[in-house]
Design a protein around this ligand. Sequence first.
Ligand code: NAD
Length: 510
Amino acid sequence: MLDFVEAKGETARMRIEHWIEGERTPGRSSRVAPVFNPATGQQSAELLLAEPEDVADAVRSAQQAFVGWSETSVSRRAKVLFAFRELVSASAEELAHLVVAEHGKVFSDALGEVQRGLEVIEFACGIPTLLKGDYSDQVSAGVDTYSFREPLGVVAGITPFNFPVMVPMWMHPVAIACGNSFILKPSERDPSASLLVAELWQRAGLPDGVFSVVNGDKVTVDALLDHPSIAAVSFVGSTPIARYVHERGTRAGKRVQALGGAKNHAVVLPDADVEFAAEHLSAAAFGSAGERCMAISVAVAVGPVADEVVRAVSTRAGAVKVGDGRDASSDMGPVVSRAAQQRIVDLIATAPEQGASVVVDGRDLVVAGREEGFFVGPTVIDGVTTDMDAYQEEIFGPVLSVVRVETVEEALALINSNPYGNGTAIFTSSGEAARRFARGVDVGMIGINVPVPVPMAFYSFGGWKDSLVGDKHVHGMEGVSFYTRAKVVTSRWPAPKAASGASFAFPTSD
Ligand code: NAD
C-alpha cells in the first residue's frame, strides 16, 4: 500500500476527481494522494480518494442505470460498443500521452496497450453472437427447453498501475456489453486515462451511470467489496491483494475473479537460435521497464547454451536507451515510483551477497536532464539459484535473472515448483520439445518462440496457481460467462382444453 499524503489545499496542482452519474465530481472526498510524473520525479497532480459515501453514490447511480441498460436490446448495445471502439481508436494518442505522463512507459508501448484494449472492445462488439443461447425442441411431448444468459447488475473492477488503459478494458467493454453497469477503481498512481475513457463512453451514447470511476485507495476498495448491491468484482494486481479482495468479496456474497502477480520463466534449449532468443528475451525483460505481468524475469538456460545466452542478452541490455517516455528515441522509461526504484535497487544488491553475479548493472543509471526521475537501467544477473531473493521475489523491474540447469526436465520441474503460473516461454527449434513443454508446464499462458504470449481478446487471459485467485480468466468467453448468469426455460404451450396429464411422479422426458 502507498503512504497517502493528507495534503488537500495545494490548489496549484491539477486535481483529479471521480466520474459519477455522467460527470466529473469531487464527491465527498476529503483525502488526497499525490500523482507523479516518474520521468521527472515531480508531483503532477493530486488525486481525490473516494469515501464509502462516494462509492454508495456511484452504486446508486449504477443501479438506476442498470434498469434501462439491461433492457436495451443487444443490437442497440452493440451499436454503442461500435461507437466506443471508433472513439477510443481516434483518441488512442491522447490516451497514450496520459499513460506516459503518469506511468512513465515509452509512447509506442503506451499506444500498444491502447491497441490491445481496443481488441477487447472489438471482441465485445460481437455481443449479439456471444450471448446466443441454446434451444432444444421437443425435449418431451410438447415441451421445449431454451437457455440464455442475463447480466448480474452492478459490477466493479479494481486495477493495477502497469496497464492503466488495457487492464480496465479487459473488463468494462465485456461487462457493459453483457448489460451490466460497471464501476472502475483504477490505480491511484495513474488514474487520468480512466476519466478520458469515461468521457468516450458517454460520447458513444452509453447512458449516464452505466460506467463510473471512483478513484481511491484501500478505503475505496473496501467500500466496493462490502457494498451489498455490487454483484461481482474483477481484480488485477499483486497476489497478496488478490487474495484479500477474493476473501473479502466472496465473504460479502460476490462473484470474484482476482488475477495476481507473476514470475515468468523463459527456457532456452541448446537447439535454439540464440541471437533470436536473446533479442526477444531482452525486449520481454526490459520492455516497459519490466513492469508487465507477462514480462520475462527469469531465463532458464539449458546445458551448454548458457554462456552464449548471457553474452547475447548482456550485449542487448547494454544497448537499451533509457529515458523519458515522451522522448521518441527512448526504448525504456522509468519505473513507476521512488519506492519501486529503491526496492528494485535493493533486490539487485542482494544478488552478489547471495552468490550470483551482476553482469549488467542498472543501479547507478542517471538520465541527463532527468536526474530526479525514477530510473533503473536494464540489469542481468547470472548464476541465480532458486533460494536467492532475486529469484523468489517478483521484482517488477528491468531485471533478468539467469538460472542455469542441465536438462529440459530440470527446467520444467523448476517452473512447476514456482508458486506463480502466469506466463512462460520456450525457445527451441524442436517441435517435439515445445509440445512436451506446453503440455507439461503448470502455467496458464505459454509461448513457443514467443516470449510474451498475451492471448488475443477472443481467447481468455489468466494464469494458474498464485497468479489467479478464483477460477475465471478475463475477456474471451470466460469474461462473458463471469459477467452473466444462465437461465434455462422449460416450456409447454398446451392446446386449449387438452388433457393435462399431470402426475405426482418426478417429471421425465417421455
Ligand atoms: P497492487 O496489488 O498494489 O494494486 C492493485 C489495486 O489494488 C490498485 O487499484 C490498488 O489501489 C489496490 N490496492 C492496493 N493495496 C490495497 C489494499 N491493501 N487493500 C485494498 N486495495 C488495495 O498492484 P500494483 O502495484 O498496482 O500492480 C502490480 C502488480 O499487479 C504486480 O504484482 C503484477 O504482476 C500484477 N499484475 C498482474 C496481472 C495479471 O494479469 N495477472 C496484470 C497486471 C498486473
